[in-house]
Ligand binder design. Structure first.
Ligand code: FE2
Ligand code: FE2
Length: 381
């Protein structure tokens, strides 16, 4: 019987060890990897653990990458697996030969990190992103604009260049309008099966916060600030590995420290730019802090917690609980809220939580709401 494909496993087959490392680093938070430096190891490894996609470099000893692609296409279990060929120089005849050999797409060096992530996403999310084209223009703009900007953040992080805050806020503008006009359900359904989990989570937090802002009577400019803060609140997760973010078993103390480190990484990243508003930094810095002092990283309590960050904490916990994780199923919206109201009443701002219930949860629970498996479990990160 054919082995099941691991939807988040990318195979990198390349004789160039430096390029294997670069690709692994570029995909760190999005995927797990299997790397192979030659044909024999690759064929054995790919048959043992079939990946979702295979990246093939120019040289795969003892032969060339293009010959390896032909070999792959002759393997029954791998004929349908998407293949992206990465050329050293982009010579047109080489790219053409790769496509003829069976590659689905080609990149050539040097390429941006976002270009690689995008090329993989096109192959793996073709069905989901294709469905976005059927949605109303405002919803489509909200999805495509934020995804493009989110992927480009990785380039900025790599190059050390300051973050373009205004461009990110601009990408959230259609999101604010779309969530107010259409409600959150259509947006949440659209990203539900997208494989970029950090984007999906950040997008959902952004949409929840825009609604939350409207529910407490904030003007559109503040709703936009909240949405942008939502999209950026976990940006430091780009430096945490996929395997750690998605570990099935309980984390060790050291692993917890690494996961918690996403907050410090987010703040450092946002502070490297002068035009990021302080409220955005506060949301990233304090969304895991809790009113009773039990949160992290600083153990702040009570009045030390910024109002925007209190809202971000509520939206973040709610989003997290209602998302499926490898270590637990998604909770229903009602179950997540019940856990927050009953078990986290010392940790969260109850007045704000009540407004969240009236302005956000009630909107999510309108009749079209789908019921998903319910398991109460507090969020891990
Ligand atoms: Fe976080
Ligand atoms: Fe988060």
């Amino acid at each position: 019987m054919a082995k099941a494909v691991d939807k988040h496993l990318i195979a990198i087959v390349d004789g160039n060890p430096r390029h294997r490392e670069q690709v692994s680093a570029a995909l760190l938070s999005n995927y797990s990897f299997a790397t192979f430096g030659d044909v024999t190891n690759a064929l054995m490894g790919l048959s043992i653990a079939p990946p979702a996609l295979i990246l093939v470099g120019e040289q795969v000893p003892p032969s060339r990458g293009i010959s390896f692609i032909k070999t792959l296409r002759a393997e029954r279990a791998l004929t349908q697996t998407p293949v992206i060929f990465i050329s050293d120089n982009g010579a047109p005849d080489v790219l053409r030969a790769a496509l003829e050999a069976g590659a689905n797409d080609c990149l050539f060096k040097p390429y941006r990190r976002s270009t690689l992530v995008r090329a993989i996403s096109v192959q793996l999310n073709a069905r989901i992103e294709g469905q976005w084209r059927m949605l109303p223009a405002s919803v489509r703009d909200a999805l495509e604009g934020t995804l493009t900007v989110f992927n480009s953040i990785a380039d900025i992080a790599d190059s050390g260049a300051p973050i373009q805050y205004l461009a990110i806020a601009e990408s959230c503008s259609p999101l604010v309008d779309a969530v107010q006009a259409n409600g959150p359900r259509v947006l949440f359904d659209a990203v539900k099966e997208h494989d970029n989990a950090t984007f999906t989570h950040s997008f959902r937090v952004a949409a929840l916060l825009a609604l939350f802002g409207g529910a407490i009577g904030l003007p559109r400019s503040q709703q936009l600030l909240l949405a942008t803060g939502g999209l950026l609140h976990d940006v430091g997760k780009l430096s945490v590995g996929y395997a750690l973010l998605n570990k099935r078993d309980a984390l060790t103390a050291e692993e917890w420290e690494l996961v918690r480190g996403h907050v410090t990484a987010s703040v450092a990243f946002l502070r490297s730019c002068t035009d990021v508003p302080r409220g955005i930094v506060a949301m990233a810095a304090q969304h895991h802090e809790r009113l009773d002092g039990s949160g992290y990283p600083a153990g702040l309590e009570g009045s030390q917690l910024n109002e925007l960050a209190r809202m971000a904490a509520i939206a973040d916990i709610f989003a997290n609980m209602t998302e499926a994780q490898v270590y637990r199923d998604a909770a229903t919206a009602e179950a997540a809220f019940k856990t927050m109201a009953e078990e986290m009443s010392q940790q969260l701002d109850l007045k704000l939580l009540q407004r969240f219930r009236e302005g956000v949860l009630d909107r999510l629970l309108r009749p079209e709401t789908q019921v998903v498996a319910s398991v109460d479990s507090p969020n891990r990160a």
